[in-house]
Design a protein around this ligand. Structure first.
Ligand code: AHR
Length: 337
């Protein structure tokens, strides 16, 4: 009996010693080696908004739409906590290019560019690409090769023009003569709206004259005054297609001064700002084609994805509609811009 207890004790001791020396040892030496390998191959930690610097060389402050667009990007930066480098180019492409170059020098993570005009971006977009900084084109389009920028977020300006034309087609099945107050010459917004408008406008509706008001109230006023010197409202023309609400408000000033009454002319504008809604309530605009400026959240989300090397959609178009006077009073209080 005593002998078998001794044998059992020896056996148990042997097992314990084996486990302590033989069994545990390899595991203890293997673990650090695996960790070291993992550390070597692991991807760098994903960037968060707190690590992100976004450059936004805004094109100007020409309209209520633009003010809302700037506010949207600034508010988004505040809400999400990323670093925003914002500038105002005062509608000058050379200022936007200088602002972009300064951002490239600073080594920002992403540039989001709302281009004032379509052409002339190739050089600076190439510089950003060579510096490894992705560029999101925001709002208006550029004519540069798609390989020079990461994506575009904004409105379908061509569709906006088409929607405006449908309003004139419905209003004037027998034909009419109309005027056009166009946006900034060479801008994606003005080019797209003008082309879309002409692509759908019925043949019996003639565009008598088209002049730019540069998307501002101040410049639209004298253009409308000059139109009224040349053409008799109601006789020579029955309607006006106006590329944005601010120019529409400038044009209304001129029309009022010339004795034109709300409803004498069929006026279709673009944007859907509070000013546009008020013009519908007052009877001046018969339709307002929506163009949404509240792009901040989408731009930020895409910028972070790009900074983390994720795949993104190259073309993100905003879902928009057309507003009419009968909804205007009800919707105006909830308009955000
Ligand atoms: O590019 C968007 C256009 O630019 C808006 O219609 C206009 O109001 C703004 O100035």
């Amino acid at each position: 009996m005593m002998r078998s207890i001794k044998v059992l004790f020896m056996l148990t001791l042997a097992v314990i010693l084996l486990a302590a020396c033989g069994g545990a040892a390899p595991a203890a030496t293997e673990a650090p080696a695996e960790e070291a390998m993992e550390a070597e191959t692991a991807a760098p930690a994903a960037k968060t908004y707190a690590d992100l610097t976004l450059c936004y060389p805004q094109l100007g402050a020409e309209s209520d739409w633009r003010t809302a667009n700037s506010a949207s990007i600034k508010q988004t930066a505040e809400d999400l906590g990323f670093n925003l480098i914002f500038s105002d180019a005062q509608q000058k492409q050379e200022n936007q290019i200088s602002a972009m170059r300064a951002c490239i020098q600073q080594g920002v993570d992403v540039i989001a560019l709302p281009p004032v005009v379509e052409d002339g971006w190739d050089a600076v977009l190439t510089e950003a690409k060579n510096a490894g900084i992705p560029v999101i084109i925001v709002d208006r389009s550029v004519s540069a090769d798609q390989s020079l920028y990461a994506a575009h977020i904004g409105s379908d300006m061509h569709l906006e023009g088409e929607r405006a034309a449908e309003e004139f087609n419905n209003k004037f099945p027998e034909g009419a003569q109309i005027l056009e107050l166009s946006g900034t010459t060479g801008s994606g917004a003005a080019v797209g709206r003008a082309e879309g408008f002409r692509s759908v406008l019925d043949d019996n509706i003639e565009i008598l004259d088209s002049q730019t008001g540069n998307f501002t109230r101040a410049e639209a006023l004298p253009v409308m005054q000059a139109f009224l010197q040349k053409y008799e409202p109601g006789t020579d023309f029955q309607g006006i297609f106006i590329h944005n609400d601010d120019m529409g408000i400038g044009a209304i000033e001129a029309l009022k001064a010339a004795g034109v009454e709300p409803g004498d002319l069929f006026i279709v504008s673009v944007d859907g700002t509070r000013g546009g809604f008020q013009a519908m309530i007052d009877g001046w605009f018969q339709a307002d084609v929506e163009c949404n400026p509240l792009l901040g959240p989408q731009v930020a989300e895409m910028a972070l994805a790009l900074a983390n090397g994720e795949t993104i959609d190259r073309e993100v178009l905003t879902n928009e509609t057309v507003y009419y006077p009968d909804q205007a009073a009800e919707l105006l209080p909830s308009r955000q811009y």
